[in-house]
Structure formats: C-alpha cells, structure tokens
Ligand binder design. Structure first.
Ligand code: SDX
Length: 428
C-alpha cells in the first residue's frame, strides 16, 4: 500500500503520495500541490526539495556514506581507475575487460583537438582564467562536431559524445595551461593512460618528455575518482536545468563548469590553499580565523568546511587526507600547509560553533595539498575538479532525457509593487 501524507490548509485535508527510495529515503510527491491547493512551497537553496529520481549516486550525509551505482567510494578509490569509474557512472555497471578496452580506445581516438579549435587558444589573453576557457571551449567543441548537437541518451551517437567529452575536457584543460605559461601545445600520446596523458600534455616539452611516476599517476587517479559524481550538487543541478530545455550535452556541461567555478562549490579547493597560506604567513593564531568565521557581521567562511548534505565527515575528505600523507611520504616532500590544515581541523573539532553546526572538512579541504604535491598549479585546481566531474554531469544529463523530465521552471512568491499606472517622462 502506498503511504500518504496529509496536508491541512484552512481546515481542508489534501492527500499526497509518498515514495521510498532503495535506501529508504522518503519523499512526499507534491506534483499536484499547486493545481489542488493553489499554494507553492518555498525552499530557497532547495535544501528540502528533491528535483528528480536518480539511480546514479547515493549519499547518506548523516552516516558519511557515498556510493556510485551501489559501490562504496572507499573500494573504488582503492581499486578502480578513473576511466573504469566513469564507465560505471555512465553505463550503470562495471565494465568487462573488453568493454573497458573499447572505452579506453574510444577516449584515445578522440583525444586530439581539431586544428581550427587549437587556434582559438591563441585568442585568449594569457591571464584568462582556465575555468572561463574550459567553459567556452567545451561549447565550441560542438561547432566542430555538429553531429553531436542532435545526440540522444543512447546508441553510438551518445557513446561517441561521451568519449569526445571525456577526452576533450582533458586536452582543453592542459592546453589552457600551456597557453598561459607561453609554451607550445603538447599533443596527446595515445599509448598513455588517461591520467599520464593529461600530465604529459601539461608538462612535457618537445625535447623532454614528462613521465609521470606511479605515485603521481595514482594520486591524480584518486583525485578524479573522488570527484566523479556527487548527486544533485550545484553544478550537476545546473547541467540538469540547462539540459531540461533539451539543450545539447556540450552547452549543458559548459554551464556546469560555470556553476562549479564559484568558491562555495568547486572553487573552494583553490580558496582553501589561499586561506592556509594567509594563515601561515600572517603569524596570527588560528583562533583569529575561527573567530572571523564565527562572526556573523562578515562573510568570512572557513573554506573547505561544511556541506549541505554531510552532517558528519565527508568520506572523500578522509580518503584524501590519508592519501596526502602517503603521497608526501612517497615523494619525500614536506608541506607546511599540511600542518596548518591539521591544526585548523583539530581546533574546529573542539569548537562549539563548528561542532553544533556539524561543520567538518569537505572534499576540497585536503585536495589542494594533494594537487600541490604532484605539481598542479593553483589556478588549475577547479579545472581538475571539472575533469573529474564530467562523468557525473553526463550521466545526469542522460538520466534526465531517459526520464523525459519536464523543463525546470521553479515558481516564486512575488513581493514587488502591485499594479500602478505608467507616468510619462515629462511628468516625472
Ligand atoms: C563542494 O553539494 C555538493 O555535493 C558539493 C560538493 C560536490 O562534490 O559537488 O561536495 C563539492 O561544493 C564542497 C563545498 C565547498 N565549499 C566550501 O568549502 C565553502 C565553505 N563552506 C560553505 O560556505 C558552506 O558550508 C557550504 C556552501 C558548503 C554549504 O552551505 P549551506 O548548506 O547553505 O550551509 P549553511 O550556510 O546553511 O550553514 C549552516 C550554518 C550557518 O550558520 P548559522 O546561520 O546557522 O549560524 O553553518 C555556518 C553558516 O554560516 N557555516 C559556516 C561554514 N559553513 C557553514 N561557518 C563558517 N565556515 C564555514 N565554512
């Protein structure tokens, strides 16, 4: 029997269906609310609003659980490659060896950028933010592959678009870095793995090939796996909103890049490093920064702390922290920012303000220290988040089409002027 929820407005009862997901998450289906009651709900920031049914990623924020297609993030981070995880997220099952080989080959086949597309890089100023370049260039890719503008959620056209996007996002990211550092474009090497190829395009020179050590490659792989999807976050919701107008996949993910850029979302990974550097260089005690974060008369926040869904440790941050230790150890590096980060975390765990609000380190808190250790420049951190999130964005876009989702169109409660008469300019 379907459970019902009853809402009483002005003494009249209205019944709504309830739905329970596969992990016992419950929702009240209010699709008929406005037509039956004349009311809408108000939920700025959508903290209590489900926008879709999804079978891609499960997050239990109270218990600190994250699973892609049912597989715990801890197992995937330990054992899977990013390309394998991308396949899982996109197609719902782990690939067989043959499926994985074909998927890898398809990504390798689409790795080079169209020569005309390469010319566009020289049009950007050297100081152009890489996230702006990434968003613009992802949209531009569709101009050179017009067949993908009419792609649907399955079939060879979709598979080709997936390979194109996973490949091009990596090349565009690396080329934007080359352009900014005044170095010639380094073309992809189809014999390298997904992560090594990216590092090759970033750091190789014509007469000196960069060869990623296993430690560095593993660290980058782990970073991408941990970022591959995270259900209805701000950028994924943006991809869904844009895609709901039946906009093509390229423009939808390009909008996702823009949403990710902000410091409250993916931009936090770079903001954390800037914050830790400021704390270290200022000579002021950590308590000074905690007091600023607690003071409601300013907007200062501890970057890398807090989360809309996790009210417990973000499992990705625990894995990231452990990996930072391993990577620094294996690379025989010391990072003074790690000490600042550890002290900051320790102090917040004992501070009533952070404890009462369940504010713990999120995925972005330790990820910058990992990227620093493997030589990724600061302004590329959020770009790397975007490369990692690409499978999640595409899978959500696809699911939206498969569910024939209605166009996203929230309502509002108008609080402006009531009707008034126009006054001609000469009378004002
Ligand atoms: C990502 O959604 C996802 O899944 C995102 C993500 C993904 O994988 O896609 O996980 C990636 O975006 C991680 C988050 C990165 N952002 C930051 O690290 C920026 C710093 N954190 C925040 O500003 C904040 O915690 C958010 C944006 C992450 C979440 O915002 P919410 O859910 O709207 O939380 P809130 O503002 O309602 O906070 C509740 C309380 C408030 O205090 P009160 O008004 O109750 O007194 O906690 C306070 C907030 O002021 N608070 C913080 C804080 N975060 C929340 N206070 C100080 N420092 C912080 N970082």
């Amino acid at each position: 029997m379907t459970e019902k929820a009853t809402l009483t407005i002005d003494g009249r009862n209205y019944e709504f269906d309830m739905f329970t997901g596969s992990e016992n998450e419950t929702c009240i289906d209010i699709q008929k609310l406005r037509s039956e009651t004349g009311c809408i709900t108000m939920d700025p920031g959508y903290g209590n609003t489900g926008s879709c049914y999804s079978s891609i990623t499960f997050v239990d924020g109270a218990k600190g659980i994250l699973r892609y297609r049912g597989y715990p993030i801890e197992q995937l981070a330990e054992q899977a490659s990013f390309v394998e995880v991308a396949y899982l997220i996109l197609y719902g099952e782990l690939p067989t060896p043959k499926q994985l080989a074909l998927f890898r080959a398809s990504i390798a086949e689409h790795a080079p950028l169209h020569t005309s597309l390469e010319h566009h890089f020289s049009g950007f100023p050297k100081s152009a933010p890489p996230m702006a370049i990434l968003s613009a260039m992802l949209n531009l890719v569709s101009c050179f592959h017009s067949e993908v503008l009419d792609v649907h959620s399955e079939g060879p056209g979709f598979d080709k678009t997936v390979a194109l996007l996973l490949s091009k996002v990596r090349a565009i990211a690396a080329f934007s870095y080359r352009m900014a550092s005044g170095r010639p474009i380094m073309h992809p090497n189809p014999n390298l793995s997904y992560c090594s190829n990216f590092l090759h395009m970033m750091f190789s020179d014509p007469y000196r090939e960069y060869i990623a050590t296993p430690v560095v490659e593993r660290a980058l792989n782990l970073f991408l796996v941990l970022h591959a999807d995270h259900e209805q976050n701000c950028s994924t919701s943006t991809v869904r909103v844009v895609g709901s107008s039946r906009a093509n996949l390229f423009s939808s993910v390009s909008a996702g890049v823009c949403a990710l850029w902000g410091p409250l979302h993916g931009g936090a990974n770079a903001a954390v490093i800037k914050m830790l550097e400021e704390i270290k260089d200022s000579g002021k005690p950590i308590s000074h920064y905690l007091d600023m974060a607690k003071d409601k008369s300013n907007d200062y926040k501890l970057m890398g702390f807090g989360h809309r869904v996790y009210k417990n440790f973000d499992p990705r941050s625990l894995i990231m922290k452990k990996t930072v230790y391993e990577v620094l150890d294996e690379l025989q590096q010391e990072d003074p920012l790690l000490q600042v980060a550890l002290e900051l975390e320790e102090k917040t765990l004992k501070d009533d303000y952070f404890v009462e609000r369940n504010l713990y380190p999120n995925v972005d808190f330790y990820s910058g220290i990992l990227l620093r250790a493997i030589g990724i420049p600061l302004n590329m951190y959020t770009v790397l988040f975007a490369i990692g999130r690409m499978p999640g964005w595409i899978a959500n876009w696809r699911e939206l089409l498969e569910h024939n989702h209605r166009i996203s169109r929230p309502r509002q409660v108008y609080t402006g002027q009531t009707v008034r008469q126009f006054v001609p300019l000469r009378e004002r």
